[in-house]
Design a protein around this ligand. Structure first.
Ligand SMILES: *Cc1c(COP(=O)(O)O)cnc(C)c1O
Length: 361
């Protein structure tokens, strides 16, 4: 039987091909007689898996040679502390652009480690746009400029990267749009993201960091979270999340088979246009985020008559469309349409939206 389409914001749907391959390899990875979960992280089998995963990610994102790829743990929320601990050095502040719930959380956490500066945005919502760049109030000497390129809860996405003062690295939380489009890694100092949105299972956190930023960690930074230590040990200072790295590696291979990030971006644009187009064409549904900042990955929408919400969700589930309920802080509905969501899934959702409106509109 066909699997339902899963619109969860995270942990989110993975490509079916990847799940099938992992099923086939569960008991015996490539004749090793072991499941990947049972291997030494330092053995030759797992070393091969991790090396390949890193090489494939480097190729997909065209990561320059002067950047380290780190496989860490703790999720994006832990990075909100790990990043200031590693990057502040002697500096007393860092600039934060707050465009949604996640960057607001990052800004708040940074207050434990420095006096972060709110360069743009607001510490509470509603979040409906990225503030225009000329309004950014950058501080005189920040350690970095922090942004969240895609606000998963609010559905606000940067469509272009802000300029920073010379020498100020951009730090970007890309948890929910990494690998959804090509990016120029050389414009960032550090990119990070939890894997469970667009890469693999929860428990793996990806960090891509420029070499010259490895030397400024606070002496109080835990060794397992010190980028320099993690990098010097090939992400094996402590036991990494081995199974997560394996699944992420299968996803990277799958992305290469789809034609890489330019091809996946075209696919994501087609899905977003279809879904927003349907919502825009109707008076029965509304969206709130300003059009230029609409996320391609997370699409919050509302029924005009919110008393129908439960009926809508129950009918969606019946139709094989799972996890459409919006985040509690925003309400309404949210369809997350990451790389692994096929066009057929969005077509099915659009069909259901029209059908539901016909019945209840
Ligand atoms: C999900 C998410 C987080 C939180 O990730 P955890 O893995 O729970 O720490 C942070 N930022 C963004 C943009 C997210 O989508």
């Amino acid at each position: 039987m066909a699997r339902p389409f899963n619109f969860s914001a995270g942990p989110a749907a993975l490509p079916e091909e990847v799940l099938r391959q992992a099923t086939d390899e569960m008991l015996d990875w490539h004749g090793s007689g072991m499941s990947v979960m049972e291997m030494s992280h330092r053995g030759k089998e797992f070393t091969q898996i991790a090396t390949q995963a890193e090489a494939d990610l480097r190729e997909l994102l065209a990561v320059p040679a002067n950047y380290q790829i780190l496989f860490m743990q703790g999720g994006a929320i832990a990075q909100n502390a790990i990043i200031p601990l590693n990057l502040l050095g002697e500096k007393k502040t860092a600039d934060y652009v707050v465009t949604g719930t996640w960057s607001a959380k990052s800004f708040k956490e940074a207050k434990k480690y420095c006096a972060p500066h709110l360069a743009a945005g607001a510490t509470s919502g509603p979040y409906l746009a990225v503030p225009p760049e000329p309004t950014f109030q950058l501080s005189a000497d920040p350690a970095y400029l922090f942004i969240c390129t895609n606000e998963t809860i609010d559905g606000v996405e940067f469509q272009q990267l802000p300029e920073t003062k010379a020498g100020v690295p951009i730090v970007a939380d890309m948890s929910s749009n990494i690998l959804s489009r090509p990016i120029d890694v050389s414009r960032y100092g550090l990119i990070f993201g939890g894997a469970q949105k667009n890469i693999g299972p929860a428990g793996l956190t990806l960090v891509i960091v420029r070499d010259d930023l490895l030397d400024r960690a606070s002496p109080l930074c835990p060794s397992a979270f010190e980028f320099k230590t993690v990098a010097a040990n090939g992400s094996m200072y402590n036991t990494p999340p081995t199974y997560g790295i394996y699944i992420a590696g299968l996803v990277f291979q799958w992305l290469k088979r789809q034609g890489g990030l330019a091809a996946i971006e075209a696919h994501n644009i087609a899905k977003a246009e279809l879904l927003y187009g349907c919502l825009d064409a109707s008076d029965f549904y509304t969206t709130r985020v300003e059009k230029p900042f609409r996320s391609r990955m997370n699409v919050p929408f509302f029924l005009k008559d919110e008393s129908l919400n439960e009926v809508f969700l129950a009918g969606a589930k019946e139709a094989g469309l799972l996890q459409l309920k919006g985040h509690k802080s925003v309400g309404g509905m949210r369809a997350s349409v990451y790389n692994a969501m096929p066009l057929a899934g969005v077509q099915a959702l659009v069909g259901y939206l029209k059908e539901f409106e016909r019945k209840h509109g």
